[in-house]
Design a binder for this molecule. Structure first.
Ligand SMILES: [Zn+2]
Length: 319
């Protein structure tokens, strides 16, 4: 319990300078997300009821000591696979200790945390005062029906908006995760849903991260997938959605970390072009240049076009 679940270094485009910055991502082991109902999420399996607040501070110390990039400023992403602002996972005292640790370092330029909207309040944010902060929320979609019925997320768009306003009012940056292809949504409808959602959240969130749904172990989505009722999104769908979102809202910072791309459980195309498309998405992340996404092609693109056209007929959405 003294070491984090995972940690890794990467790059991300800074919202302030629009230049790539080093990032250190640390997944802390905590008591985990209290909701645990989202159909696609198996992250709470990484939690443990016996983790103490002292363990959490030790995990952070371990990460900063062993993995901080030497002589380089970086953004610290401190995730819990749950909600950083949930008192049951990370107490107010621990949050203040973490803020203190980070303020003493000159190399941590920003802290990014994740939380469900119900834990957002001015006091919880004040625990992290004087640390450049970004708060990410997994809205998944602006469509309440899809979020509540298909994902089982348990909060409304109104709840998200209230939390986003509060975060902004506290002088903190909002980042929003949208989910490409929740269960029970056709390929075409999934693309349209994230585009529509991005349009609706752009005014609350200067950063949108498009999460491409993948099939995690021990989830209800895995059961659907095993029975043939779910296929993860095509990478072409991600490319299409990103191009159109950027066209409609050029001012937002749009990123997508294609987790598990090219694998059968992750977002994938035909197998031949997956790596090229995935690398293009990664290049887009740090350049925001849509031209990178426009030049891609492969024979499987026609197949994807057909599926996109006929998926709705097969699912009965169009009769
Ligand atoms: Zn292909």
């Amino acid at each position: 319990m003294k070491k984090p679940v995972a940690l890794w270094l990467d790059y991300e485009l800074s919202i302030d300078t629009r230049k790539p910055v080093r990032t250190l991502t640390v997944i802390l082991r905590t008591t985990g997300c209290q909701w645990r109902k989202c159909r696609m999420c198996g992250y709470w399996h990484e939690s443990s009821p016996s983790v103490t607040q002292a363990d959490i501070l030790d995990q952070l110390r371990y990460a900063l000591t062993t993995a901080s990039p030497p002589n380089e400023d970086f953004i610290l992403k401190l995730y819990t696979s749950g909600s950083f602002l949930d008192e049951r996972e990370i107490s107010s005292v621990t949050r203040r200790r973490i803020a203190q640790m980070l303020r003493q370092r000159r190399d941590v330029k920003k802290l990014i945390i994740e939380t469900r909207p119900e834990y957002v309040n001015a006091d919880a944010l004040a625990d992290l005062a004087h640390v450049e902060l970004e708060v990410a929320m997994g809205l998944e979609t602006a469509d309440d029906f899809i979020r509540l019925e298909y994902i089982d997320k348990g909060f409304s768009f109104e709840d998200y908006k209230a939390a986003a306003r509060l975060i902004t009012d506290c002088g903190v940056t909002v980042k929003t995760y949208l989910l490409l292809k929740p269960p029970f949504v056709s390929e075409r409808a999934a693309i349209e849903d994230v585009i529509k959602s991005a349009e609706r959240v752009a005014q609350y969130s200067p950063i949108i991260s498009l999460n491409l749904c993948n099939v995690q172990r021990h989830t209800r989505l895995e059961e659907l997938w095993r029975r043939g009722y779910y296929r993860p999104p095509w990478l072409w769908s991600a490319v299409e959605a990103m191009k159109r979102i950027k066209e409609k809202s050029p001012h937002i910072l749009l990123i997508s970390d294609p987790v598990g791309a090219g694998q059968v459980r992750g977002p994938h195309n035909c197998g031949y072009c997956d790596k090229t498309v995935m690398e293009a998405i990664k290049r887009f992340n740090i350049t925001q240049d849509s031209g990178i996404l426009k030049g891609l092609n492969c024979d499987c693109r026609d197949r994807w076009q057909l599926i996109r056209e006929f998926d709705d007929y097969l699912s009965g959405a169009i009769l």
